[in-house]
Write a protein that binds this ligand. Structure first.
Ligand SMILES: C[S@@+](CC[C@H](N)C(=O)[O-])C[C@H]1O[C@@H](n2cnc3c(N)ncnc32)[C@H](O)[C@@H]1O
Length: 198
């Protein structure tokens, strides 16, 4: 796709997010965000168990967001909202008066080939982008079944001055509910860490 077409699509998507979705978050100062929520299995269970938190699930794929919404609509859960969005675009659009208290990134696509690593969601630039939307103690919970992505993600956090990896005693995993990809990984196992904003 030519670069100017790509930029104008991004501008249009940003404008749509600002007009159609972000007004739904008005008054919700503190948010729990899941990036790449898939069909919303994890976040809908999390939202049901944490009725005082307002949760937002984002995913690139429209059908997954539609199914997530149908599920929480049937359950009449009113503390969760879903939106089809690319993570960095969503974070660009989110007004700075929101605070992300928790961010979940669960079984994010590992992009195993080195030339594709740039497509991984967890990058130093993502941690930069989260800084103005978080405060000290805000948590980023990362889980994967891909050992090499786990090591890569840890290195990204270690090298970043704004975030640090917390020990399991300091920041235990906040809520256990297998996501679709966690269930698929049941045999090979998975690794988790929590990064805390300094
Ligand atoms: C491997 S699936 C994991 C889904 C779910 N978290 C789970 O554990 O079952 C990764 C999901 O992340 C979404 N995704 C990938 N890159 C994304 C991005 N840049 N922004 C938003 N969602 C993204 C994909 O569409 C996909 O649904």
């Amino acid at each position: 796709m030519p670069l100017d077409v790509y930029h104008s699509l991004c501008d249009q998507r940003l404008a749509d997010l600002r007009a159609d979705f972000l007004p739904r978050l008005e008054g919700m100062a503190k948010l729990t965000l899941e990036i790449g929520c898939g069909h919303g299995h994890y976040l809908s269970a999390y939202a049901a168990a944490h009725p005082t938190e307002f949760c937002v699930g984002i995913d690139l794929i429209a059908d997954r967001i539609y199914r997530a919404g149908r599920k929480t609509g049937r359950a009449r859960l009113d503390n969760v909202a879903w939106v089809q969005a690319e993570a960095t675009l969503f974070l660009d659009a989110l007004p700075r008066d929101h605070r992300l208290e928790r961010i979940f990134l669960l079984f994010s696509d590992p992009w195993p080939k080195r030339r594709h690593w740039k497509n991984r969601v967890l990058q130093s630039s993502l941690l930069d982008q989260l800084l103005p939307l978080t405060e000290p103690g805000s948590a980023l919970h990362f889980r994967t079944d891909h050992h090499e992505y786990f090591e890569y993600a840890q290195k990204i956090v270690f090298a970043h001055t704004g975030w640090r990896i917390a020990g399991a005693d300091e920041a235990p995993w906040p809520f256990e509910q297998p996501s679709v990809f966690q269930e698929r990984a049941a045999e090979i196992g998975y690794h988790s860490f929590t990064a805390l904003r300094r």
